[in-house]
Design a protein around this ligand. Structure first.
Ligand SMILES: [Zn+2]
Length: 285
């Protein structure tokens, strides 16, 4: 038995697998939580929530804006900001090729969309991670867009909401990615000094460098039901501490029980909850 497959054979196998997935993907979706096969249309009609177990699937940023922001009020910022490749990084592919592929596949220039809008009449500056763009990784463009969003919040005296969905730092940018944690945290500290609210909403999954910075710095930290939230993954932790992990470990409900987050809010109630919090905490109130 060989340990690694190289070249054509592995490529062929991968291609077959992808095709298989594509076919079943069209109509049926396997729930990440209860593992039931569910008709795609049923989930779509239900705000991308599993009707059997209430697991909240990822939704694209555009859809999130549609179900959250008052129609016609959203103005996107910095949509044209694109990543350079100062390290000229290459793993199995060149970083610039990965970026190009993600841009083509998602229609976004990087892993976050930022802008302003209103939620039930309350002005808000909102950032939404796009997990489908390189796993929502925190590269220098994501960090810069978040920082600009927060700075606009200070300027306009308007509350900031960020929807997190991320695998963590963007490895291809090395230290430049890691410094975005400090940069966004420093911007949030200035927002805090200006007494302007920041609400973070953690969606499935929020991990790595994002959970170690902006996700956990919210004045109010909200999570969607059953979202996985943590720094390292459960397998790594289990192997490191050599112990069984408790049931529900790193899920939103477990974190709420242990005081790490403030609220779990179902997707259908998020609009109302965010509007109420923004109104209660508004800077000019
Ligand atoms: Zn389910």
């Amino acid at each position: 038995m060989t340990w690694f497959k190289k070249g054509e054979e592995a490529e062929k196998e991968g291609k077959e697998k992808r095709e298989e997935l594509k076919l079943s993907d069209e109509f049926w979706v396997k729930c990440n939580s209860c593992k039931e096969m569910i008709y795609r249309r049923v989930i779509e009609r239900n705000l991308q929530v599993c009707p059997k177990c209430n697991y909240h699937f990822q939704i694209p940023g555009r859809k999130r804006i549609e179900c959250l922001i008052d129609p016609g009020t959203f103005i996107e910022y910095d949509a044209d900001l694109v990543s350079g490749d100062p390290l000229e990084f290459k793993d199995t592919k060149r970083y610039i090729h990965r970026i190009k592929e993600s841009r083509e596949a998602t229609g976004h220039n990087d892993a976050i969309s930022c802008g302003e809008g209103k939620i039930k009449g309350q002005p808000v500056l909102i950032g939404i991670f796009e997990f489908s763009f390189m796993g929502g990784s925190l590269g220098s463009v994501v960090g810069e867009k978040i920082t600009r969003l927060i700075e606009r919040g200070i300027e306009k005296k308007t509350g900031v909401v960020i929807f997190c969905a991320s695998g963590g730092a963007r490895m291809q940018e090395g230290i430049l990615s890691l410094m975005q944690m400090a940069k966004t945290s420093a911007a949030l500290a200035r927002l805090h000094e200006a007494r302007i609210p920041y609400l973070s909403v953690l969606t499935d999954p929020t991990t790595g460098g994002v959970s170690a910075s902006i996700a956990m710095l919210g004045d109010v930290i909200i999570a969607e039901p059953k979202a996985m939230i943590g720094f390292a993954g459960p397998r790594v932790i289990k192997e490191t501490i050599r112990a069984e992990l408790p049931e529900g470990f790193q899920r939103a409900e477990y974190l709420l029980q242990h005081g790490m987050i403030d609220l779990i809010v179902e997707r259908k109630d998020l609009r109302q909850t965010l509007a109420s919090l923004l109104e209660m905490l508004r800077a000019d109130g």
